[in-house]
Every structure is written in structure tokens, then in C-alpha cells.
Design a protein around this ligand. Structure first.
Ligand code: HEC
Length: 377
């Protein structure tokens, strides 16, 4: 006997919550991905998505009726029949569980979803030098571009899927009038079949997953650096590493610029041209020749070529053969700062685009962290 006449109970509460958590985490992670300073939130949302994807795959094997993969209708003839019937018969009966289109849809979504979370985790280590895989930054930095592409286009593919899915549901709702929209809210589908039941063990599994997903999200957002978001590159003590560099290049006029932000030949052009150092003349009286030589060596040894940090790799890539004298002349810098309005530099607290430390906390300590961008639009 069905609890509600004319309807079948197909989606238990755990399934519904998980469905909406997946939708919510994907959409919000997608939106936050467009903002560098929201990377931390993006990652926290990604962890929800990751937990749900893993859960759904396991659920496909052990879950209740209508959820398991062995009830999926994956034969091409079934898919064809589904669409033919859909077009020919507006009032056809829908199955209680997954129809052929939604069976395929789920398999594809889980596949693409897995690619997104795997590439995201790798990218977090390889590019951002953060999290459990942060050490991959030194060994696998050449995969930065490829991983970014996979992560990005995987997400676009998933988004396309989401749009198709919503379109399909709307057609069901308004053309076939099967009340599909409400099925994922109430759990009931207007069709024939047996109500589903969830065994206690499975219900505990579903609610534990929900708890882990939400818990991980709050764990990540509530602290800057924990074991999931630990950073490889922490503050560099330039004063200790090279006191002459620290004193001469970062005391009187401006703070120190981390050497890894420019290639060797750019530093060479800067040090060779002390008579005209961005409009100032620097003489031996300011920095002795031997100190200049020592600074030069330090800059060369720590230039962008010797670093696998995201900023170094991307700066080098954007430069090609060019070796500009200023960081703000690199294509990478221009690209990452193109959204900042000119008026921002009129702010007394920011002053000039070359005063990086006014917008990037700990800049002078060699840290460029998306979480430490203090400029807010
Ligand atoms: C007006 C404030 C401001 C100034 C000044 C500024 N930045 Fe930024 N910077 C930002 C913002 C905001 C972003 C993030 C843009 C986004 O959200 O996509 C950013 C992003 C970056 C990034 C890429 C993201 C990252 O954290 O790896 C780098 C590298 C960077 N800045 C370096 C510099 C350097 C070097 C200077 C000085 C020459 C500088 N910035 C000056 C505001 C500033």
C-alpha cells in the first residue's frame, strides 16, 4: 500500500537533502571561482561537493530502491524509446525511479563531478601550494595549465548538464504535468510503484555524510590554515636571509619586493640602471658597490626562474621573451589587476599600484596569498 494514493515515495529525506546540497555547493563554488580573494570559500564549498560525489557513488551500490545503479536504464534502445515516447505521448507514464535519460545523466554527472573534484584537489596543491597535496607544487608545477583547463572545462560541462537537467524537469512539470519539480522537495512522484524504504543503517550513513560535508565546510571557513588548507609558503624572513637586501631595498623608500616576482634579466635591468631607479638616482653613497653586487646575486638566485610559486610560473609564462623592469608591466600583473578601478589608487591607504603591500598583507614577507588580499572593492 502506498502512503499517498496516486503517488510513489521515491526520494527519502536524506536523498533530497543531499541532492540540494550538491546543487547548492556546485553553483556557489562556480560563482566564487571568479573571484581570487574568495578561493578559501570556493575550496570549502568544493569539499561539500567532493563529499557528496563520493557518497552518491557509494549510494549507487548500497543505497535503497530507485537509487542503485543496477536499477538504471542504460541500454541505448531504452533511451531511444524514452525520447520517442516522450514526443509522441504527452500523457505517458513515468517510471518511479530513474528514467533512461536521468540514468545516463546521473552517471555522466558523477563522472564529470569526480573529474572536477580530483582536478580541484590537485590544482590546490600544484598551483596554490596548499592543502594535503601542497608539495606537488615543487614537483608538478608544469601541470598547472593542464589542471586548470580540466577543472574549468569540467565545471562548464557540469553546468551545461545542470541546465539540461533543469530544462528536462521543467518540461516534465509543465508539459507532461508529472509534478516532477515537487518530487525532490516532497519525495513523492506521481506514478505507479512501491514506496521506497530506507534501512536504519543506510539512513545513518546518509546523515553522517551530510554532517561530514557541512562540518568540513565550517571547519575550512572558520580558520585560515588547518590541515586541509595548510600553505607551503609561509613568511620569509628577508632580514635574516639577506640583511643587506632587506636594509637597502626595503627600508627607506619602499618595502622589499620578493625576488621571485621577476626573472633574472628583469632584475639585471633594474640593478644595471641605478642612475634611474624609477625616477630616483641611487649612488654608491646610498648602496655601496659591494652591497649592490651582493644584492644582485641574491636577486638572481631567487628570481622567478627558481620558483614554482603560482605568481612566478604565471609571470614567466606571460612574459615570453620580454623582460620588463617593473612587475606592473608584466601581462600577468595587468591581467590579475584589471578589475581594480583607477580610482582605487587615489585612496590614501593604497597610494600607488606599486605599493603592493597596501593591498596584499605580508607581501614584504614573500607571501602572496589569495586570503590575504586586504583590498576590498
Ligand atoms: C589596489 C590594491 C592592489 C595593489 C596595489 C596590488 N594588488 Fe595584487 N591583487 C589585488 C586584488 C584585489 C587581487 C585579486 C584579483 C581577483 O580577485 O581576481 C590581486 C591579485 C594579485 C595576484 C594574483 C593572485 C595571487 O594572490 O596569487 C598577484 C600575484 C598580485 N596581486 C601581485 C601584486 C603585486 C606584485 C603588486 C605590486 C606591484 C600588487 N599585486 C599590487 C589588489 C592589489
Amino acid at each position: 500500500m502506498n502512503k499517498k494514493p496516486g503517488y510513489v515515495f521515491v526520494w527519502p529525506i536524506g536523498t533530497r537533502i543531499i541532492h540540494w546540497m550538491m546543487a547548492f555547493s556546485f553553483v556557489t563554488a562556480f560563482i566564487t571561482s571568479f573571484y581570487e580573494h574568495l578561493l578559501h570559500d570556493h575550496v570549502a564549498l568544493g569539499f561539500i561537493f567532493l563529499t557528496i560525489i563520493i557518497y552518491r557513488i557509494i549510494w549507487g551500490f548500497i543505497g535503497p530502491q530507485y537509487a542503485t545503479f543496477n536499477t538504471f536504464k542504460l541500454k541505448p534502445t531504452q533511451l531511444k524509446h524514452y525520447f520517442v515516447e516522450k514526443i509522441q505521448n504527452r500523457w505517458r507514464k513515468v517510471p518511479a525511479g530513474h528514467n533512461p535519460a536521468s540514468s545516463w545523466f546521473t552517471i555522466w554527472a558523477l563522472g564529470v563531478g569526480s573529474v572536477i573534484v580530483a582536478s580541484g584537489l590537485l590544482l590546490y596543491g600544484v598551483q596554490e601550494a596548499k592543502g594535503l597535496l601542497m608539495d606537488l607544487n615543487t614537483t608538478h608545477s608544469h601541470y598547472m595549465g593542464l589542471l586548470t583547463m580540466i577543472h574549468k572545462y569540467g565545471s562548464y560541462l557540469f553546468l551545461t548538464w545542470v541546465i539540461l537537467h533543469i530544462t528536462g524537469v521543467m518540461i516534465e512539470q509543465f508539459w507532461h504535468k508529472t509534478d516532477m519539480v515537487f518530487a525532490m522537495v516532497t519525495g513523492y512522484k506521481k506514478t505507479e510503484g512501491d514506496d521506497t524504504t530506507v534501512k536504519t543503517g543506510l539512513a545513518i550513513f546518509a546523515f553522517t555524510t551530510i554532517f561530514i560535508a557541512v562540518g568540513t565546510y565550517f571547519f575550512v571557513v572558520s580558520s585560515n590554515y588547518n590541515f586541509l588548507t595548510l600553505r607551503k609558503y609561509t613568511n620569509i624572513n628577508y632580514e635574516e636571509q639577506h640583511p643587506v637586501f632587506y636594509k637597502s631595498c626595503g627600508d627607506d623608500c619602499h618595502k622589499v619586493y620578493p625576488p621571485f616576482l621577476l626573472p633574472e634579466k628583469s632584475w639585471k635591468r633594474i640593478v644595471d640602471d641605478m642612475d634611474n631607479h624609477f625616477g630616483e638616482e641611487i649612488t654608491e653613497a646610498n648602496i655601496s658597490l659591494s652591497n649592490q653586487a651582493s644584492i644582485r646575486e641574491f636577486l638572481y638566485d631567487n628570481s622567478a626562474e627558481h620558483s614554482t610559486r603560482e605568481a612566478s610560473i604565471k609571470t614567466m609564462k606571460s612574459l615570453g621573451n620580454r623582460r620588463p623592469k617593473a612587475i606592473t608591466k608584466t601581462a600577468y600583473w595587468r591581467e590579475t589587476h584589471k578589475h581594480i578601478p583607477k580610482s582605487a589608487y587615489k585612496d590614501k591607504k593604497i597610494k600607488d599600484k606599486s605599493d603592493c603591500w597596501n593591498c596584499h598583507k605580508d607581501f614584504e614577507n614573500g607571501v602572496l596569498d589569495d586570503m590575504l588580499i586586504i583590498y576590498k572593492k
